[in-house]
Design a binder for this molecule. Structure first.
Ligand code: APR
Length: 233
């Protein structure tokens, strides 16, 4: 029976692919106010500004390629059952070959009518569709005639996949955290659902706020840290 690994990733795993992180100096939130471009209030206040922000992210993603860390994470599937649970909205895990990826905060290549995938329809994704790296503008409507919005979990919105993620982490024999500052809840608290006998590792070149002494901190960038991690399994 193959062991299970839950891999919890954040923006740091895509840093070496040239995609910006959020909170490192020079990160996205140094140049944009998340409350203007990534919150539900920001969406209602100025849809065009939000659409432009994610159009820019899609343009960057078109030029980006999976890096050695994405590939190493996908490679774990040879010997393990791997659940990637990512806060990232990029598609680099999928493009690296990972076959089971849960996007807690949505996916930037996907859009939906702005009146869907909410409490009223039970967060149904039936009207979500993939536009790749194309742009979405104010006035672009879904088949139901409603304005299209990014399939992103904005600040101020529920995280519908959290239950699924908690269940996957609780089943894991190994929990690997890569490239997240663990500063946005509820995603940041996910690793605490690890079973008491699970091994927990975190790969991050920076100091990280750890609340569990059993966590092994591999203090390196993702591509290098994944090599160390492979040797520790
Ligand atoms: N390899 C590994 N980790 C790295 C690298 C790298 N090359 N470069 C930076 N890091 C680490 C940083 O030290 C930091 O701990 O990645 C982390 C990035 O943290 P954030 O920028 O806060 O990104 P993240 O934790 O994914 O943010 C969580 O915040 O704004 C929201 O929805 C957004 O999903 C995002 C969430």
């Amino acid at each position: 029976m193959k062991k299970r690994i839950a891999v919890l990733t954040g923006a740091g795993v895509s840093a070496e692919s040239g995609l910006g992180t959020y909170r490192d100096n020079g990160g996205l939130w140094d140049n944009y106010d998340p409350m203007e471009v990534a919150s539900i209030e920001g969406w209602y206040r100025d849809r065009a500004k939000v659409l432009d922000f994610y159009n820019m992210q899609r343009r960057h993603l078109r030029e980006a390629r999976p890096n050695g860390a994405h590939l190493a994470i996908a490679g774990l599937e040879k010997d393990y059952i791997v659940d990637v649970i990512t806060q990232n909205v990029d598609n680099l895990h999928e493009r690296a070959g990972s076959t089971h990826v849960v996007h807690l905060h949505g996916e930037v290549t996907k859009v939906r009518p702005e009146n869907s995938c909410n409490e009223e329809d039970g967060f149904s994704e039936k009207s979500v569709f993939d536009i790749g790296y194309d742009e979405v503008r104010l006035g672009d409507k879904a088949p139901n005639g409603v304005q299209l919005r990014p399939h992103i979990v904005f600040f101020g919105e529920a995280v519908p996949k959290m239950e699924q993620a908690m269940d996957l982490v609780s089943k894991a024999d190994v929990v690997l955290i890569v490239g997240t500052s663990l500063s946005v809840y509820p995603a940041a608290g996910l690793y605490r659902y690890a079973s008491s006998d699970a091994r927990i590792f975190i790969i991050d070149p920076a100091e990280v706020p750890l609340f569990d002494r059993r966590i092994v901190h591999i203090r390196k960038v993702a591509t290098e840290g994944m090599k160390d991690f492979a040797g520790m399994l």
